[in-house]
Write a protein that binds this ligand. Structure first.
Ligand code: FE2
Length: 228
C-alpha cells in the first residue's frame, strides 16, 4: 500500500469515530515525531502492538479486501508481564469491502455495530480439519438471545447490536449495501492475530508500504525503540 492511502484511511476512520461520538485514548494521536521521544512508559503499546493497523492483506485493493483497525487494548500471550485476558478493537468497514472468511482456533469475540450503517455477518461452523461445514446449523448468540440458523446465513446487525463468535465459527463481515460504512467494535479474549486466524484463503497480514509521503500516524508494527 502507498503511505498516502494508509494516511487517508486513518483520517477517514478518525472522521467516522468523531461522527459516531466515540473517543480515543491519547496514544492514537501521537505523531511519528512524538513517538521518537517516548520512553519505556509506553512499552505496553509497543510490546502488545496496540494502535493503528491498516491492511489490504497484501492484495492491493483496500476498497474490496481491506481493513482499518485500532487495537485499543490487548494482553500478550507470549509475555507473562502482561496479564490482561481481554482485548478491545475498533474497525471501519465500507460498503463493497469484505472482511474475508476466517475463524479463530482459540479466540472468542463479540462483533458489535458501534454506529454508522448496518453490518452483515455470514456464519458457518468449521470442521476439525479447518474446512467449512456447509450443512451444519449455526447457533447464533446475539445480545442475550440464542437461536439456530442454516449454514451460511447472514446475520444483520443494526447500530448497537452484536453477535458472539465462538472458536471454530467461520465468519465473513460486510456492510449492508446502501448503508455506506460501519464502525465495528470487537470485544474479545486476549489474542495473537499472527497465529490465531485461520483464513479460508491464505492472505498476507501487514502490507509492504511504499513511502510516497510522510506518515500521519505510525502503524502498530512501526514504533521506534523506547528512547531511554
Ligand atoms: Fe474474527
Amino acid at each position: 500500500m502507498k503511505r498516502s492511502e494508509v494516511n487517508m484511511r486513518i483520517r477517514e476512520m478518525e472522521e467516522l469515530i468523531g461522527k459516531v461520538g466515540f473517543n480515543l485514548p491519547d496514544f492514537l494521536s501521537f505523531t511519528p515525531e512524538e513517538w521518537q521521544q517516548k520512553g519505556h512508559e509506553y512499552d505496553e503499546i509497543r510490546d502488545n502492538m496496540l494502535g493503528w493497523d491498516v491492511t489490504d492483506y497484501g492484495e492491493g485493493d483496500w476498497e474490496k479486501l481491506g481493513n482499518t483497525l485500532i487495537t485499543l487494548r490487548n494482553g500478550n500471550v507470549h509475555d507473562p508481564k502482561y496479564t490482561k485476558s481481554y482485548a478491545e478493537k475498533l474497525c471501519r468497514n465500507i460498503e463493497g469491502q469484505i472482511s474475508p472468511m476466517h475463524f479463530h482456533w482459540n479466540k472468542m469475540e463479540d462483533i458489535i455495530n458501534r454506529g454508522g450503517g448496518n453490518l452483515l455477518v455470514k456464519l458457518y461452523c468449521a470442521n476439525e480439519d479447518n474446512s467449512m461445514n456447509m450443512e451444519k446449523e449455526v447457533e447464533v448468540c446475539s445480545d442475550g438471545r440464542r437461536y439456530m440458523v442454516p449454514a451460511g446465513t447472514e446475520i444483520r446487525l443494526t447500530p448497537g447490536q452484536s453477535v458472539t463468535l465462538y472458536p471454530y465459527y467461520y465468519h465473513e463481515i460486510r456492510v449492508e449495501p446502501g448503508t455506506k460504512e460501519v464502525l465495528i467494535g470487537e470485544v474479545s479474549m486476549c489474542n495473537d492475530d499472527n497465529t490465531d486466524n485461520c483464513f479460508l484463503k491464505e492472505l498476507g497480514r501487514f502490507p509492504a508500504i511504499e513511502e510516497d509521503e510522510p506518515a500521519y500516524r505510525l502503524l502498530c508494527n512501526e514504533y521506534p525503540e523506547a528512547k531511554d
